[in-house]
Design a protein around this ligand. Structure first.
Ligand code: ADP
Ligand code: MG
Length: 421
């Protein structure tokens, strides 16, 4: 389908109210509308959803969107319905629907009303759903969070491995769109191979976050005091402190509270009511600091988080990037401070020891990269971007002086001395 640029812009305005495309969106939309297999790699918040939503709304037939989280799908469907007077324009198909609801969804699809159908991979595997989707006009298949396909990603889902096969059964020439915020070359290769889209047009945005300052400090027994000092230096500002265990989250939150800091704990062991109340308090700025496990952050969109502290080093550079990425979403200051001790690496290794060998090997390799990052004396930004397959020149690149190693270059042996101070 050929389409004029002005049509794309008026559709953008009509459906989303935006005047401009963000980053590579326009090129991606064009690629999809032209019927290409398309692969999109953009950081979180880059605007991936629109890349498939807009073409879906503009084309004939229904686009099938595979997404791993029901909550995310619901949000997206509500958002799309909000811009249209037609409730049937977007639907979720999952196992929680009753017979009447399923019938309604199918009718809307058959009648050409539904432009976007969100499904979890489990639902897509169901024979009756495959049979039904074979019989209707599908514009394309979008696989959101496509890194779930790869064991090298941070969120492997075995069901994602079946997708290629199922898509083949639904139709022969359906364009496939993969989208992810995972920039590591290994994961990308897996996605392309598993989805069978070797000829996909690939769009990769830069992962550089120029306003974030990266710093790693040695972790000593005084780490709590170090954190308290840091938080007090940033009084009244919002921040997240990540810990590995729930127990540590509880303890540290208390230590901060005792020291006069408005802090709350957050982890998956808390009941839903406490969790949502703490989250609200953070968003409303009744508290300044959330001490959390990695359970906190998915879908949290507080633009003015001014610091992210890692009390414990994360299990991969990817996790580190995702978690630090919650700072400075508004483009303002974002200080990312990680405390590192090799003992913590050994702890993480131990956690993995019960897992299948293949998983351990991957986990070990990812962890070693984390060690290299923590111990490096080159620019942290350069290191991260290189890990994501991106060249970065500190002289000319944005944010080139925004890390400890660039600001305070030191010889390697000095790093050890710091521990004693
Ligand atoms: P991703 O899936 O890449 O993490 P989202 O699709 O959730 O990102 O979009 C992130 C935010 O960017 C959303 O709030 C969305 O409304 C906004 N956004 C997307 N495209 C545009 C645009 N062209 N102009 C302004 N805001 C946009
Ligand atoms: Mg997304």
């Amino acid at each position: 389908m050929l389409i004029a640029k002005s049509d794309l812009h008026s559709a953008l305005k009509k459906y989303f109210g935006f005047n401009k495309f963000k980053g590579l969106q326009e090129d991606v939309v064009e690629s999809i509308i032209s019927g290409n297999h398309t692969f999109v790699i953009m950081p979180t918040g880059g605007g991936k959803s629109l890349c498939y939503q807009l073409p879906a709304l503009m084309q004939e037939g229904t686009a099938i969107v595979v997404s791993p989280l029901i909550a995310l799908m619901k949000n997206q469907v509500d958002a799309i319905r909000g811009v249209s007077n037609e409730e049937g324009i977007a639907h979720v198909l999952n196992s929680s629907l009753n017979k009447t609801e399923v019938k309604r969804v199918k009718e809307d699809i058959v009648n050409g009303v539904t432009k976007l159908l969100y499904v979890a991979p489990e639902s897509l595997t169901k024979e009756e759903n495959v049979e039904f989707l074979r019989s209707v006009k599908v514009s394309f298949m979008a696989i959101d969070e496509a890194h779930c396909i790869s064991e090298w990603g941070h969120d492997f889902r075995p069901e994602y491995r079946n997708l290629r096969h199922i898509i083949g059964r639904i139709g022969d020439n359906i364009p496939i769109i993969g989208l992810t915020a995972t920039a590591t070359p290994k994961v990308q290769e897996d996605i392309i191979k598993n989805l069978g889209i070797g000829n996909a047009r690939t769009f990769k945005a830069s992962f550089n976050r120029p306003n974030l300052y990266y710093e790693v400090r040695p972790k000593t027994k005084n780490v709590d005091a170090d954190i308290i000092r840091f938080v007090k230096q940033h009084e009244g500002k919002s921040g997240i402190v990540y810990c590995l265990s729930r127990k540590r989250v509880e303890e540290l939150a208390q230590v901060l509270q005792v020291n006069g800091i408005k802090a709350v704990p957050y982890h998956a062991g808390l009941d839903a009511k406490s969790r949502s109340s703490y989250q609200d308090k953070f968003l409303m700025e009744d508290v300044d600091v959330v001490v959390a496990t990695i359970a906190f952050g998915m879908g949290i969109d507080k633009p003015d988080v001014r610091f992210v502290i890692h009390h414990d080093i994360p299990k991969s550079i990817e996790s580190y990037y995702q978690e630090t990425g919650r700072a400075g979403r508004d483009g303002g200051e974002g200080h990312c401070l990680a405390f590192y001790s090799y003992k913590d690496i050994e702890k993480l290794e131990k956690f993995m020891s019960g897992k299948p060998v293949a998983e351990q090997e991957i986990g070990h390799a990812l962890l070693q990269e984390m060690v290299a990052f923590a111990e490096t004396s080159i620019s942290r930004r350069k290191f991260i971007l290189h890990y994501f397959g991106e060249e970065f020149d500190n002289e000319t690149g944005e944010g080139g002086d925004m890390d400890d190693n660039v600001r305070h270059p030191k010889k390697k042996h000095e790093a050890k001395d710091d521990v004693k101070l």
